[in-house]
Design a protein around this ligand. Structure first.
Ligand code: ZN
Length: 470
């Protein structure tokens, strides 16, 4: 299972927790929560942020969060093993692993990894739930940023601050707290308890840039950009004045990107709750062809015509392949910068291969898994398992490591000997199966190819294709 699927799985868990516990875990803004605060002028804010949230999540904490999540949804032992395993990843910076707090067991919630944000959210929900048990809905959390509003005496505020530190501290997390403020900038909104107003907030010295009107993007995306910005800015403005005050920099950015649209305040229409709930999820198959404005063929139209023709109403697969289920959404192609970067990476990694002759440092050269080459780095490798049981075909596993092959090999070996690591990889699961049925086996290792070193600008997907152990 790749991290990408894990992300969907974790997101589903998070959604279930949120709807069952009613905790204030925010996905974008806190303005809805702010509107509900009664007697705002008597309240003050307490804001906090969790220091180095991602890298500080320990295996123990994640396990506790999963145990908590299991109260709201089914999480099997195997799901758990996979979630923990996908965390055992390392982010590389110029070939060197980023510093990690818990490096001894390869445990790390990787920032930028597909499920990093979701993992943080899960752990956040778990801690927020503990806070909410004491303080109801007075506190909320968005990733590592927390906010609360309280009607309390300075002495009480002091105690609450200590209490919050203690709750996070019990999970080996540290927070920075600020209290007694009437106005805070939280995410993209400035919230004011004195007058109950809120308005869009942009960090000083930030340049706002939008996709240019003439850029190579599907027309409906371009058309929707100014409308979406207008809607968003209206939503986070308490009234027309707040809107006008914040809008000039956005207007300027829009004009710079070639748009004529004039930003105007429109009070957001309240969507009745009923209508919102009725939107049930339907099964959709997405077709995402790359978009380019130099292509004149209407790909979407041609595609749907094919669907109609090939899966006509009397076709037995029509139920699955029809216009109601298949949706089209264009994907954008890499821009020039990404193309250049990926090309450079490719050349550099070729260079890297030619100049290094890693060799072998095994004490007994006869037992070396990859004679003369076990110290090779950044490789995609394959393990072929043959057994004495003729009914079992040769089974192969492919893995990727940025470290030396030998380090990874030793890690694999440990998963074959330690039952608690049984589900670490598909390979170890299989080996344990063979062991249990007393089948003799042999594993042959080989290097399939040398991987590109990780690059932030190159497509992250390159890295995930061959997920280390799966
Ligand atoms: Zn060797």
């Amino acid at each position: 299972m790749t991290s990408k699927l894990m992300n969907v799985f974790l997101e589903d868990i998070n959604t279930r927790i949120k709807s069952s516990t009613q905790i204030n875990q925010w996905r974008n803004t806190a303005d809805a929560w702010f509107k509900e605060i009664p007697n705002k002028s008597r309240h003050t804010f307490i804001s906090f942020d969790v220091i180095e949230f991602y890298p500080s999540i320990s295996e123990k904490l994640l396990l506790s969060a999963l145990k908590f999540a299991a109260g709201y949804t089914t999480i099997t032992e195997r799901d758990k093993a996979i979630i923990l395993h996908t965390k055992k990843s390392i982010l590389y910076n110029n070939g060197q692993p980023w510093g990690k707090k818990t490096s001894q067991n390869l445990f790390d919630v990787t920032m930028g990894c597909f499920d990093g944000a979701e993992t943080c959210e899960l752990v956040g929900a778990y801690i927020l739930y503990q806070i909410s048990k004491k303080y109801k809905n007075k506190f909320g959390l968005y990733r590592d940023d927390g906010l609360g509003a309280l009607n309390a005496t300075p002495r009480q505020v002091d105690n609450i601050k200590k209490d919050l530190c203690a709750i996070f501290g019990s999970h080996d997390l540290r927070i920075l707290i600020e209290a007694n403020r009437k106005i805070v900038n939280f995410l993209d909104v400035t919230l004011n308890l004195e007058n109950g107003k809120y308005e869009p907030y942009t960090k000083p010295n930030t340049t706002i840039t939008y996709v240019h009107k003439d850029s190579n993007h599907p027309p409906n995306i371009i058309k929707n950009i100014p409308l979406a910005i207008n809607k968003r800015l209206s939503e986070i403005s308490s009234d027309g004045n707040a809107f006008s005050k914040a809008v000039p920099i956005y207007q300027e950015a829009l004009e710079k990107s070639g748009y004529q649209h004039k930003l105007e305040f429109s009070s957001p229409k309240a969507i009745p709750l009923k209508a919102r709930n009725r939107q049930r999820k339907r099964n959709t198959i997405w077709y995402n062809p790359p978009y380019s404005n130099t292509v004149h063929t209407n790909i979407g139209k041609t595609f749907f015509k094919l669907i109609d023709e090939e899966f006509s109403t009397d076709h037995k697969l029509h139920k699955i392949f029809n216009r109601n289920i298949i949706k089209l959404s264009y994907s954008c192609m890499n821009n020039v910068k990404q193309a250049i970067n990926s090309h450079n990476q490719k050349l550099l990694s070729l260079n890297h291969q030619e100049t290094t002759n890693p060799g072998c440092n095994c004490r007994n050269k006869n037992t070396c898994p990859l004679p003369d080459n076990c110290l090779a780095k950044s490789v995609i490798y394959q393990a072929s398992v043959t057994t004495t049981d003729n009914n079992k075909p040769v089974t192969t596993y492919v893995g990727l490591t940025e470290n030396s092959f030998k380090t990874r090999y030793n890690l694999h070996k440990s998963t074959f000997n330690d039952i608690s690591k049984r589900y670490s990889t598909e390979l170890s699961s299989y080996i344990w199966e063979l062991k249990e049925s007393s089948t003799d086996y042999n594993i042959a290792w080989k290097i399939l190819s040398h991987a590109k070193p990780y690059s932030k600008t190159a497509e992250i997907a390159n890295y995930v294709v061959a997920d280390p152990f799966h």
